[in-house]
Ligand binder design. Structure first.
Ligand SMILES: O=C(O)CCC(=O)C(=O)O
Ligand SMILES: [Fe+2]
Length: 241
């Protein structure tokens, strides 16, 4: 059962936005894109002290767009993994999960009942952290469909945790690139406010059929987001391949 199938915490507005996107998916004849693909919850285990600790302790890498700095990132992976991660043309090396971060993450995701113990662990084996220092920082329309996750071919689960400022997270059906630019299908977009302590998942074949973005906003406050993922196809050169 996906986390989304257990969902009960969506507001009527959020539910109707998802339903609308699903109806659109049906019209576009993407049968696999149907079903509830997102889950939202508010987690008490996420604290402002965590936010401060991450901001100070993480050695953030700057991600630059065409002209400006768009955000700062960190790519943590499970011990032994060496898979790099690419942000457009920028590639960053893997950093092993520090113990302090794993302790924090297990507290955040406690209510999802993931198994973090044995070889059948369902706990994510990597995470991308983003630091948006203010409303000008953003991530443009994209899907997390890198070969590492095989999200175009099999069910994947990305679990996003927000700390700090609230930002608008938008999703929409994939459309062919126009002028080299990725943008969702007209009329298919839904917007969710992700605030401190909010968990949001993208499941199933979400990355195959949908795009997502954090749009620019007006806030002067910083937001940190952790998107936990699962590498299922380790990169060439990674000892876990
Ligand atoms: O900040 C967010 O909520 C989304 C981040 C994201 O899409 C990513 O890291 O790929
Ligand atoms: Fe993403």
């Amino acid at each position: 059962m996906t986390i989304a199938e257990k969902a009960g915490d969506l507001t009527p507005r959020e539910l109707s936005d998802i339903k609308e996107a699903e109806a659109k998916a049906k019209r576009e004849a993407h049968p696999e894109a149907m079903g509830i693909l997102m889950y939202m919850s508010q987690e008490k285990g996420v604290s402002y002290a965590d936010f401060e600790q991450l901001k100070e302790k993480v050695e953030w890498t700057e991600i630059h767009g065409a002209a400006a700095l768009t955000r700062k990132t960190m790519w943590f992976v499970k011990k032994g993994c060496r898979c790099p991660y690419s942000y457009g043309k920028q590639q960053v090396s893997a950093v092993t999960f520090p113990d302090w971060f794993l302790d924090m993450a297990k507290r955040w995701l406690n209510s999802l009942n993931l198994n973090d113990q044995d070889k059948d662990s369902t706990f994510p084996n990597c995470v991308n952290l983003n630091l948006y220092e203010h409303g000008d920082h953003q991530v443009a329309w994209h899907s997390d469909d890198e070969p590492l996750f095989r999200g175009k071919f099999q069910d994947t689960r990305i679990i996003s945790v927000t700390l700090g400022a609230m930002r608008k997270f938008q999703v929409g059906l994939k459309a062919p690139r126009r002028g080299g630019i990725l943008k969702p299908e007209k009329g298919s977009m839904a917007t969710f406010n992700l605030g401190h302590g909010q968990v949001c998942t993208m499941e199933g074949l979400f990355q195959k059929h949908y795009l997502h973005q954090i749009a620019k906003g007006t806030t002067r406050q910083a937001r940190i987001n952790a998107t936990f993922r699962n590498i299922v196809e380790h990169a060439a050169g990674c000892p876990l391949r």
